[in-house]
Design a protein around this ligand. Structure first.
Ligand SMILES: [Zn+2]
Length: 84
């Protein structure tokens, strides 16, 4: 679940536009909508949660690697990220 598809999901549910868009709602309305959109078995929301959890795990791992003095490098050829 990308941020863009998540925003699209909330827009569809709330029938309004994201604050960053022309004619969009204000930020507090947006946040309220996100908080109040709770549907059981909503695929998008479950995907969103999975993404958040995966991101948190990655951040945690990154900070551990950084604390070991390693630097994150993106391979120029492979495009893969590694630590050195
Ligand atoms: Zn949802």
């Amino acid at each position: 679940m990308t941020k863009a598809s998540w925003i699209k999901h909330i827009e569809d549910k709330g029938h309004f536009l994201h604050p960053s868009k022309a004619g969009g709602v204000d930020l507090s309305t947006w946040k309220w909508a996100v908080k109040n959109h709770r549907e059981r078995d909503c695929k998008e929301c479950n995907d969103r949660l999975k993404t958040i959890r995966a991101n948190n795990r990655r951040k945690e791992r990154d900070s551990i690697m950084a604390s070991l003095g390693l630097t994150k490098v993106k391979g120029a050829v492979s495009g893969k990220t590694y630590w050195e």
